[in-house]
Design a protein around this ligand. Structure first.
Ligand SMILES: Cc1cc2nc3c(=O)[nH]c(=O)nc-3n(C[C@H](O)[C@H](O)[C@H](O)COP(=O)(O)O)c2cc1C
Length: 204
C-alpha cells in the first residue's frame, strides 16, 4: 500500500498555493484511489521552534538518557512528524513565497526532519542521505518572476536543499509565478499552473 503525505504550509483563504494543493490532491486521489492519503496542515499544528529544549531532548533521546517533561513534550512532537515523513512513500509540499522564503512553519517542520541515522548519516566523504527512494512534489506560488538559480528565491531552492541532504532527488516542481507582477495575465497564469498541477499529479 502506497502512502502519500500532503503537507500544506499556508492558512490564507483563496491562496494560490492552497489552490495548487487542492488541484494536486484531487487529481492524485482520482488517479490513485487505493493509496493512503494523509493530510498535514502545518498551521493547524503546534510546532515549537528548534532551540535549546528541543536540541537537548533530541540529543538525550539519541543517547538513551532521561528527558525532562519539557524536553519530552517537544521531542515527542518532532518524533511524530519525523516518523510520519519517513513512513510516507511520497510527499507533496505546498507553500507560498513569502518575503523571499518559506512560511516559518515550514522552516520549523524541515528542522524536525534533520536526524542523524534516520534521514542522513555522516561519512568520511560527507553527509549521505538515507531516504533516496522517496518521491516528492513541490507546489509553490510566487507573485514575481524569478530566473532559474536566482539567489534571492529562497523557497523552492531552500526546500530542495533540505531534501537533498536526506538523499531525495526525485523531485517534481510546479510553480505558479508572476501573477502579481503581471496582473492583466493573472487568471491565465494561475489557470495554466493549476492545469500543470493536475497533470503532474496523475503520473506522480
Ligand atoms: C507576506 C507576503 C510576502 C510576500 N513576499 C513575496 C516575495 O518575496 N516575492 C514575491 O514574488 N511575492 C511575494 N508575495 C506574493 C506571493 O508570493 C503571492 O501572493 C503568491 O500567490 C503566494 O501566496 P499565496 O499562496 O498565499 O497566494 C508575498 C505575499 C505575502 C502575503
Amino acid at each position: 500500500m502506497t502512502t502519500a503525505l500532503f503537507v500544506k504550509a499556508n492558512n490564507r483563504l483563496e491562496s494560490v498555493s492552497g489552490k495548487l494543493y487542492e488541484a494536486f490532491l484531487e487529481s492524485y486521489k482520482a488517479s490513485n484511489p487505493h493509496d493512503t492519503v494523509v493530510e498535514l496542515d502545518l498551521f493547524q499544528e503546534h510546532l515549537p521552534y528548534l532551540g535549546d529544549v528541543m536540541i537537548n531532548g533530541n540529543f538525550k533521546s539519541a543517547q538513551g538518557m532521561e528527558l525532562n517533561l519539557e524536553e519530552k513534550s517537544e521531542h515527542d512532537i518532532v518524533a511524530r512528524h519525523l516518523d510520519q515523513f519517513i513512513a510516507a512513500d511520497k510527499v507533496v509540499m505546498a507553500f507560498p513565497l513569502w518575503n523571499l522564503t518559506v512560511p516559518a512553519v515550514l522552516h520549523t517542520y524541515l528542522d524536525y526532519m534533520h536526524h542523524p541515522r534516520k534521514t542522513f548519516k555522516y561519512t568520511a566523504e560527507g553527509l549521505v542521505g538515507l531516504l533516496p527512494d522517496k518521491k516528492v512534489a513541490l507546489l509553490n506560488a510566487r507573485g514575481g518572476v524569478y530566473a532559474e538559480g536566482d539567489s534571492s528565491e529562497m523557497a523552492v531552492s531552500f526546500v530542495k536543499n533540505h531534501l537533498n541532504v536526506f538523499g531525495i532527488t526525485d523531485i517534481k516542481t510546479v510553480v505558479i509565478e508572476g501573477h502579481n507582477q503581471f496582473p492583466d495575465q493573472r487568471e491565465a497564469i494561475i489557470e495554466k499552473g493549476l492545469l500543470q498541477a493536475t497533470q503532474t499529479a496523475r503520473s506522480f
